[in-house]
Design a protein around this ligand. Sequence first.
Ligand code: PHE
Length: 340
Amino acid sequence: MSAERAELRERALAAISAAREPSELARVEREFLGKDGALGKLLGSIRDVPPAERKAFGEGANELKRALEAALAERRAVLERERLAAERTDEHFDATLPARALAHGSLHPLTHVVRRLEQIFSSMGYAILDGPEVELDAYNFEKLNIPHDHPAREMHDTFWCDREQRLLMRTHTSPVQIRALEKMPPPFRAIVPGRCFRNETTDASHEHTFHQMEGLVVGEGITVGHLIGTMKTFLREVFQQELEVRLRPGYFPFVEPGFELDVRCPFCAQGCSVCKRSTWIELCPCGMVHPAVLKAGGIDSQRYTGFAFGLGLSRLVMLRYGIDDIRHLMGADVRFLEQF
Ligand code: PHE
């Protein structure tokens, strides 16, 4: 019996290595391992084997089956390699080299943060507004209570597009406050994420193009309490912890009273490089909308009050990701962007 098996093994291996085509290989496989194949016949003859030898016989047959399957797989791989090699027309072409990885895009860190903020504020009932980046002096300054000769204009190093038409690149997102007041009947809540521009010398914390997110809430009986509550809620969502805030007086012509809102450093307890060892981080200017602004937007300032804030988005992104130079954000350096 084992002689028969050895003969079968030899015949099968010879047929396998002689196969030149996958189809031929498949035929050989059927011939030896198929339903009515030679190996099946051999196994069938177990009936003629004395019972005492049947176990050894069965094991031998199974071993042969595994050996033939391995030989088939190996031959199949050889034929595939030969086929690829035959397809080569260029001798320098190596079909076995791994493929070049496909570069895939990713979202800008600013986009990540804006999307998160939009989620948070939408869940609090805020509308998401947009406004023109090329703006009229009237919206960027005048109606925001910054008249022509107001010294506050000097803080806004303005890029003028057309001085005669009084057209400029908006220096903040606050002009959209006026546009919202003109269009939306109170009560309403809105945020305005967007690009702003200032004609400044650039350094690690100044860039000519940067991002802000304006917030504006108008209604009857809106107070500083609502402002603080809103900021605390939003900070809890962003930093996933309860953070203390404080208000310092701040001056902006379009809010009264105006504040600088600081938040307790989420990264340390006793002072670190982010909070400059003070445990407080300056988060954003804010305040109660000045009655003159409400009037300029056509709102009854006797009946309605509101609050506004101007989040420095670029700053927030830098805080969130530990980025030390604002110029990275607009720098379009793929090595930087790929990290997010
Ligand atoms: N628009 C102001 C700036 O960019 C910030 C601000 C917005 C202040 C809203 C108060 C209220 O300087």
